[in-house]
Design a protein around this ligand. Structure first.
Ligand code: SF4
Length: 401
């Protein structure tokens, strides 16, 4: 639900202060949103993304630059492929949507491609919603929305998203189209990449459902199709091919995780006055600002968040068990540091009735027993070798007859 005007304005001002003077907000893309949803417990990422902070610039200013991102070559190749897919008013793209998702409809002889330009993300979002309504009301035609802009409420603050395309079918239903430059070989692509594309598309589906609800659909699900179209280069060529991907599971998981995010304004309220994440500030001030927000580091952050090297170093320095991975962390219950775990295992601290402490002590006992047996075996082997050496020595000194 949108914030009342005054609260919304106050929050926007507060987020602008956190970003730093005259620094434009970095738009959240669906990839970033999907990553945010994957770690809903991290308030640090939530506030930085909510305020539109450029995390890559922040990580560099902290002295821990991030290493991931798309190369310029991949970016250019991706843009060239997308232009090819959308050439001639999107004729090939619509043919693929018809073939993979809606064979019962009339083939798309031509399509409407509405103009979506407007000022600012809010203007573009409103223009997109209007185009979707018009296309939906004009039954019997295919409509291609090229780079529409969608808004999704994330932790009480709007995130603006730009899918590659949305197609309105003749029956008035909507399909998200994702165009990727990784190849589809013999009809299938790298599962990890397809999974990432499905998570992104699920974010767009959620945003479209919010528009459908505003347009008066009591149940937006039939309007927004949950099978999206993934378009990729065919084999090693530059020709487009496509596959329908069911994103129901990713949609449900992302919706659940986004609902778990702490509201941005609640996190902002806990920060000391004057907190600022501007990369222009000295590293020491920035470190203090970043450390003022709790984080939940996990090794998965390394492939999903620009601040991962910084957060990993801090987690390791404080001996936090989070750096060992989520599954280990979950097994350890209330034990949060490596030192605490070792001390509990040695019997020096911890409640013996705590299942985690009891399991650690059992494991420590078994390990000590195993090491003791190993030492005994080694001792026996050494003794046997000693006897053998002694026997050889005796043979060597025996007189020859
Ligand atoms: S790297 Fe840091 S800020 Fe980013 S999600 Fe992980 S813990 Fe949060």
């Amino acid at each position: 639900m949108p914030l009342p005007r005054t609260r919304g304005t106050a929050l926007r001002h507060r987020l602008a202060e956190l970003r730093g003077p005259d620094i434009a907000a970095k738009a959240l893309d669906a990839r970033a949103l999907a990553a945010l949803a994957a770690n809903p417990g991290c308030k640090r990422r939530a506030i930085l993304d909510g305020a539109g902070v450029n995390k890559a610039a922040l990580a560099s200013a902290l002295g821990s630059p991030s290493v991931f991102g798309q190369s310029q070559f991949a970016f250019t190749r991706g843009n060239a492929f997308e232009a090819k897919v959308k050439a001639d008013g999107g004729a090939e793209l619509l043919r693929l949507v018809h073939e993979k998702l809606d064979r019962s409809a009339e083939p798309p002889a031509h399509a409407r491609v509405p103009e979506l330009t407007a000022t600012g993300p809010e203007g573009r979002t409103a223009r997109t919603a209007l185009a979707l309504r018009e296309a939906t009301e004009t039954r019997g035609e295919w409509t291609l929305l090229d780079h529409p802009m969608l808004a999704l409420d994330v932790a009480g603050s709007p995130a603006f998203l730009e899918p590659d395309a949305v197609v309105v079918h003749p029956d008035g239903s909507w399909t998200v189209v994702e165009i990727k430059s990784f190849p589809m070989l013999d009809g299938s692509a790298d599962p990890a990449k397809v999974g990432a594309a499905a998570r992104q598309a699920a974010v767009y589906v959620l945003a479209l459902e919010q528009i459908a609800a505003r347009l008066g659909d009591s149940d937006p699900a039939p309007r927004v199709r949950h099978r999206v179209l993934l378009v990729c280069p065919k084999d090693f060529s530059n020709l487009p091919t496509a596959s329908a991907v069911d994103v129901r599971k990713q949609r449900a998981v992302t919706a659940r995780q986004l609902a778990r995010l702490t509201r941005i304004e609640d996190i902002a309220d806990t920060l000391p006055a004057g907190t600022c994440f501007s990369p222009e500030l000295p590293a020491a001030d920035l470190t203090a600002a970043v450390e003022a927000v709790p984080a939940t580091y996990a090794p998965e952050c390394l492939s999903a968040c620009e601040l991962a090297f910084h957060c990993r170093a801090r987690a390791r320095a404080s001996g936090a068990v989070t750096s060992l991975g989520r599954s280990v962390r979950a097994e350890l219950g209330g034990l949060t540091t490596v030192e605490g775990v070792l001390s509990a295992a040695r019997g020096e601290s911890g409640d013996p009735d705590d299942p985690a402490v009891a399991a650690l002590r059992r494991a420590a006992r078994l390990r000590a027993e195993a090491l003791g047996r190993e030492a005994e075996t080694l001792g026996n082997e050494a003794e046997a070798l000693g006897h053998e050496a002694e026997a050889l020595g005796t043979e060597a000194v025996a007189p020859c007859h």
